[in-house]
Design a protein around this ligand. Structure first.
Ligand code: GDP
Ligand code: ZN
Length: 307
């Protein structure tokens, strides 16, 4: 159970719920109509009924082995705006860390990192930036600086799934946590997962190309247990991440700019042509990056529309 992330806080939670009956289990996979759960006695499939409360991969539930009786209150919830309906969609829960994966074989996309940082914080998880494919870049200092600026307060680590560098250190950082890997397609998430797992748990781009039967393994959300005591939730759904959050959470990721915006003369300043605009002044003085201001405004608009 501990290997699945069970700890004293969960134990205390169950003890304190008078109505709690059943055995605790973690949702490892969600197939739409059924879930695979992991519990002390091993794994089991449970069919979902109309009366079953909504469950997500990562949830801790109480079960009698036949059905889900209760979903324990979530510590964190990763959700996104469904690209087809525009509504909120549960992706995964009880995630401690969101590992934002970016391959150094292409320019580090600060805007994308900022977006994922906002998503992580909104979920209630801590962001962590993983620059991968570092075997391809002789010098990573500048890339680390870009990533660190886009993710204030988060750790930035450099790894290579190819030559294994940094993998042991990353494993140590993830130990005891439940982690979700996010990042654009081709970033190197699957290769990284396999390197951390020391076996093939996710189909990589190279494998997918060779496999004429099409894609597999990574198409459903699943919680994997990795050596070193970490649980990883593979979330392909996050590839087209849409924000489901509020503007305050966006501001947390851009606290320097949000701080300035408070100093604008007009409360509803659009930071365009208004006199006394602190944001515009800072851009002109070169103390803040206009690209970050752009992205801040874009994410705020998106958040406002989801509110
Ligand atoms: P995903 O779409 O994010 O899961 O990305 P994949 O793990 O499938 O990787 C995309 C491509 O990058 C594949 O061709 C991998 O072989 C390659 N790749 C992944 N990690 C590394 C790495 O650390 N070094 C190098 N040189 N190539 C890598
Ligand atoms: Zn302004």
């Amino acid at each position: 159970m501990e290997a699945l992330g069970w700890d004293d806080r969960w134990e205390a939670l169950v003890d304190s719920e008078a109505s709690a009956t059943g055995e605790p289990a973690r949702v490892l996979r969600h197939d739409g109509r059924a879930v695979l759960i992991g519990r002390a006695a091993g794994t089991a499939h449970i069919h979902l009924r109309a009366t079953t409360p909504p469950v997500a991969v990562g949830d801790w539930v109480l079960t009698d082995g036949e059905s889900v009786q209760q979903v324990l209150p979530r510590r964190s919830v990763l959700q996104r705006r469904d690209p087809s309906t525009g509504y909120e969609q549960l992706i995964a829960s009880n995630i401690d860390l969101v590992a934002i994966v970016s391959g150094v074989d292409r320019p580090v996309n600060a805007g994308r990192i900022e977006r994922f940082v906002t998503l992580a914080r909104d979920a209630g998880a801590d962001p962590l930036v993983v620059l991968t494919k570092c075997d391809l870049a002789p010098e990573t200092g500048e890339l680390v600086a870009i990533a660190a600026q886009a993710a204030p307060g988060a750790d930035v680590v450099c790894v290579s799934a190819e030559d294994g560098s940094g993998i042991e250190a990353l494993r140590a950082m993830l130990s005891g946590s439940t982690v979700a890997f996010v990042g654009e397609s081709g970033a190197g998430k699957s290769s990284l997962l396999n390197a951390l797992a020391d076996r093939a748990i996710a189909a990589t781009g190279a494998v997918r190309t060779a496999d004429h039967k099409g894609r597999h393994t990574t198409s459903s959300r699943q919680l994997h247990q990795l050596p070193g005591g970490c649980c990883v939730i593979d979330t392909p759904g996050l590839r087209e991440v849409g924000l489901w959050t509020d503007t305050d959470t966006v501001d947390e990721s851009f606290d320097d700019i949000a701080e300035l915006a408070h100093q604008c003369r007009f409360r509803d300043c659009k930071h365009a042509t208004e006199p006394g605009c602190a944001v515009k002044e800072a851009m002109q003085a070169g103390t803040i990056d206009p690209r970050r201001v752009d992205n801040w405004e874009r994410l705020r608009q998106e958040a406002a529309s989801s509110e």
